[in-house]
Design a protein around this ligand. Structure first.
Ligand code: CA
Length: 763
């Protein structure tokens, strides 16, 4: 199917060249990143068989029940087909349950496990199929947003069974033989939910049961209804000929069994092929918003596999009731509430590029997400910084400010921005019920201008730097909303707090004690401690909104560029004493062969673009192309660290377009070097924006000159609002840098320090 979809052009030294891509879903490899372990992440992903932003994802499960590494490419056995909502193995899952066909009354996770081969596995975003050798059963599944269709093909056997596993944290199962139905609930979660949390499921088979059992732990039971810590069901079917097909329709709800039945209507009377065809069409339509041409087949595969990863989290957890109203189970108070709800992302990761990408290409879904944030605040009292679902205490920062501000400033409308703004003000000025909500250390930050190193608040320098950027986000949004001048001045002033941590001796950010002295001894290669999952060399660049201010602190452009260059020249030295072990992010930096450049984690991911602020954009172009070609592949080991809910993929996708949102909350994307000869953005407003680079190639990586809508364009950035009007950005590429382009200060991207509209008197 794949190769018939291609219109192949000339085969060059760099692989098959694709002039046109008709069905982008055929280039997606959902296994990209699945060859990961806790020691070394190649993405820490699992194959999500689901619709974009669906409520239920399905994955084959090779790991133990409860293991965050639920599908590992190097594993040999499948233990079940699992409904999952897991954003990251580190956060683990909630509301999960599984189905598994077996040969015989084998129901524990080890007894029912079957050998499989990747050679008999078909993995598409909308379809999964695998041959389970031990049971001699082929399992296929194809999802809708809140339901899934299974098709089990059995051999001729007198022991054809399907196991249902409701997991082990108080579960319930009931077998309804008259309706060929099994219902149940799982309460399993990883924290953050109200006490009454349940995921109700309904499973309807198309054949009668020839035998039925429930089970608890490792004991078979005869009752048709069972509740205990860990329960399930195992039902038998007649398989009187080779190729006996058993179909199952499955849906779930966080609200009730009745709602799960309603959700099952998403399948309606559609047979397997129809559900599959509809899923394929949804994926093709969604992926086709960004159409690329003129790249190698490997580049196209990496591009669409990365774009696929960006279309899951935060996931819908809202449902449609019997009257068609949007409702959701609130993880905050355990009640059913009207309106949207999305869960399962960490803003520390995704504020950077994932949300800006939604604002550019998929604003409608982010409008729903913003409405979901309003509901988070109304029901829980705070904005989440990491939800899975409900508030989870992990990572640092108050980056919900960026997520809220960027959506509004990029033109999304139709939701209650006033309530969200009030939420930002509250969260910016109070410590929350858990450290990762609101601002830990806020009393110090608001008085001293930084969170001190010596007051028992961990990762304090990282907090300070992120709060300063978050304050910039609030300032920008407040300005757009016409807030009072004094309020704007307050947040604009606080946005400069990054200056308090700059150590001019080392030209680096450094933890600072309460008395104003820097923490000592200072090891710029020490991970964690004053920083979060990174070192000073990674966090020093975290002044997204005021790179010119950072340049001035470092002593000017030359010194700044020297510091940037140093990142790649230094060896990958590290001090892991804060963690007491080499955390996987450190290992990923060490093995990447790019010195201290740690693209496998988020803090430094914007750094390559900063050369544009100092008049040396060709160095950005060189390193961006290096990172794209060396750190991403559409293979199971294809990411250079945790993918993290679309963020690391969004870096690639933006970079392949030729620009990156260094500072969400401004209108600008900073320019790099496009990967393809042509990229077409089909915007939701009906306009089309084309990025073309006709003589682009693996050698011609440097931008020589640019035309925006036919007129010469000299800036090192392009604006969101210009793209929204449609048009063409045309680049001439070359094998050598054009060192006369992008060198004038008036061509540099936005910095607060050079913003003529900033409130007066702020240095
Ligand atoms: Ca990460």
């Amino acid at each position: 199917m794949l190769f018939s979809a291609l219109v192949a052009g000339a085969c060059g030294a760099h692989g098959q060249f694709l002039q046109k891509v008709t069905d982008p879903v055929d280039y997606v490899n959902p296994l990209m990143g699945s060859q990961s372990t806790p020691d070394l992440s190649s993405g820490n992903t699992y194959p999500s068989i689901a619709l974009p932003w669906g409520m239920n994802f399905w994955t084959p499960q090779t790991g133990r029940n409860g293991d965050g590494w639920q599908y590992t490419y190097t594993d040999h056995k499948i233990k079940g087909f699992k409904q999952t909502h897991q954003p990251s193995p580190w956060m683990n899952d909630y509301g999960e349950f599984s189905l598994m066909p077996v040969n015989g009354l084998k129901f524990t996770e080890n007894a029912r496990a079957s050998w499989f081969s990747h050679q008999t596995e078909v993995v598409k975003p909308y379809y999964y199929s695998v041959y389970l050798a031990d049971a001699d059963v082929t399992t296929e599944l194809t999802p809708t947003e809140r339901a899934v269709r299974f098709r089990f093909t059995f051999p001729k056997t007198d022991s054809a069974y399907v196991v249902v596993d409701a997991y082990n944290k108080a579960s319930y199962i009931r077998i309804l033989p008259g309706e060929n139905k099994i219902i149940g609930y799982t309460t399993r979660n990883s924290g953050g939910v109200a006490a009454n949390f349940k995921n109700y499921f309904v499973i309807v088979f198309d054949k009668p049961f020839t035998s039925l059992h429930s089970w608890k732990d490792s004991t078979l039971e005869d009752s048709v209804e069972l509740t205990n810590k860990h329960v399930g069901a195992i039902v038998g079917f007649s398989a009187d000929h080779h190729g006996t097909v058993i179909n199952a329709r499955v849906a779930s709800s966080f609200i009730s069994f009745e709602q799960a039945e309603l959700n099952l209507k998403e399948i309606g009377s559609d047979n397997f092929e129809t559900v599959e065809a509809k899923g394929r069409a949804v994926w093709n339509k969604t992926l086709s918003r960004v159409a690329v041409e003129g790249g190698t087949i490997d580049q196209v595969r990496t591009f669409y596999s990365s774009l696929y990863r960006m279309l899951f989290f935060p996931m819908r957890i809202y449902e449609k009731d019997a009257t068609g109203q949007i409702v959701h189970y609130s993880p905050y108070n355990g009640t059913v509430q009207p309106g949207y709800m999305f869960q399962g992302t960490g803003f520390w990761d995704t504020f950077r590029a994932l949300y800006p990408f939604l604002n550019l290409v998929y604003p409608d879904i982010n409008k729903e997400m913003q409405e979901g944030l309003v509901n988070d605040y109304k029901e829980g009292g705070w904005l989440p910084e990491w939800s899975n679902p409900g508030y989870r205490s992990v990572m640092v920062g108050n980056n919900s400010a960026s997520v809220v501000a960027d959506a509004w400033l990029k033109g999304i409308r139709g939701y209650d921005i006033q309530t969200l703004y009030q939420a930002l003000l509250k969260d910016a000025n109070a410590a929350g019920p858990i450290p990762a909500v609101g601002r830990e250390g806020v009393e110090y930050y608001n008085t001293l201008g930084y969170v001190p190193y010596d007051v028992h608040i961990n990762e304090n320098a990282a907090r300070t730097l992120e709060y300063a950027y978050d304050d910039f986000s609030i300032y920008r949004l407040g300005k757009a909303l016409g807030r009072p001048a004094e309020e704007l001045k307050l947040y604009a002033t606080r946005s400069q707090n990054y200056r308090n941590l700059f150590d001019s001796e080392h030209k680096l950010m450094r933890g600072k004690n309460k008395d104003g002295s820097f923490q000592s001894p200072f090891n710029p290669f020490k991970w964690g401690d004053a920083f979060t999952e990174g070192n000073s060399w990674h966090y020093t660049w975290g002044v997204f909104h005021d790179i010119q201010g950072l340049i001035d602190l470092m002593g000017g452009k030359k010194a700044f560029v020297k510091m940037l260059d140093s990142v790649f020249i230094m060896p990958p030295t590290f001090d892991d004493s804060y963690y007491g072990e080499v955390i996987h992010e450190i290992r990923e930096m060490q093995i990447a062969g790019m010195g201290q450049y740690a693209h496998g984690n988020q803090p430094i991911q914007h750094m390559l673009y900063l050369y544009n602020y100092a008049g040396e954009p060709w160095k950005c172009q060189y390193w961006v192309r290096q990172a794209m070609s060396r750190l991403y592949k559409a293979t199971p080991d294809g990411y250079c660290g945790d993918e993290d809910n679309g963020q690391t993929s969004a870096w690639y996708v933006f970079s392949a377009l030729g620009f990156y949102p260094v500072c969400p909350g401004t209108d600008q994307y900073v320019l790099g070097t496009p990967l393809f000869r042509k990229t077409v953005l089909h915007l939701e407003n009906g306009k089309t924006f084309v990025i073309s680079a006709p003589n682009n190639s693996a050698d011609n990586i440097y931008v020589q000159n640019a035309l925006l809508n036919g007129k010469p364009y000299s800036k090192n950035w392009i604006t969101h609002s210009v793209m929204q009007q449609g048009g063409e950005f045309k680049l001439t590429m070359g094998a050598a840098p054009n060192k006369a382009k992008g060198v004038s200060p008036e061509d540099y991207p936005y910095s607060f320090s050079t913003d003529k509209e900033r409130p007066g008197g702020i240095k």
